[in-house]
Write a protein that binds this ligand. Sequence first.
Ligand SMILES: [Zn+2]
Length: 324
Amino acid sequence: MPELFKGAGIIPALFLCLPAGAEPRLAMPVDCTLGETCFIQNYMDRDPGPGARDFTCAGLSYDTHKGTDFGLPSLRAMTAGVDVHAAAPGVVRGVRDGMIDRVYTPQDEARIDGRDCGNGVVIQHGDGWETQYCHLMNGTVRVRSGQLVETGDVLGRIGLSGRTQFPHLHISVRHDGEPVDPFTPDGDPAACRTGEARTMWIDDITYQPGAIMAAGFATGVPDYETVKAGAAAVERLARDADALVLWGYAFGGRTGDVMTLRIEGPEGTFFETEQTLEKDQAQFYRAGGKRLRSPLSPGRYSGHIALIRDGTPVSEEVATLIVE
Ligand SMILES: [Zn+2]
């Protein structure tokens, strides 16, 4: 029905198409595969005090965070382009574009000047419901104020604008101006959600308590900037390389978590190590390997990485390498 009114700019027509008082059902707002090419790294903070906890009462949040963060594993993935979609039909109430994509540091405070959302879009869904989309890529916002949008319409691309330190979409859901956690729209906001509680999402979204986002081989311990850029992995290597290193990049690390790294080569296990996290880390990477004193055996190598919590793997990843 709404397409009949498209371009007419008659905002009240929208509300005729929505059941009165309807809470919107939300579609995935990002064009990527959760758990593979993007990861929910932070949820809304349900802790009223100075601490932070997500709707499961675990720590995937930070103090006063009022939305859900869909993160990408690298700047390379961001540059390749990941679309942001309207999660529900509505009318665009506000847009901002033109802010640069840059990792936030305290020196950027003046530049950002309160525009923490960066490039963004606000959509009203009727009856006081709205969604806000933040940190879009500079120059990609493709809707304008007053425009009617359908579920799935492209709003822009995931970027790094505003107050953000990694490429992600932050989406906020509000009702009458109050933040709502789409993972627990009902009940006591301070209670931990259990079982099959209702969410606002159309799709089942599996909660990941942390995960390895990327893994690969390198010829030395890569620096963190290279890992975050998505430029650390090599897939082919000459036999006379100086070193063989395996690395893994993860989110949601908790004190006491163990990351195991194991390289299997043509002649069996080539290297293995395990490293324990000394503190909670929203994002982190670990690497391990060997300096080479003689040429590698040619063939296929596999790198096995696991993130282990309380003795149980939370996430596992395998990287491959051809030595020739
Ligand atoms: Zn956020």
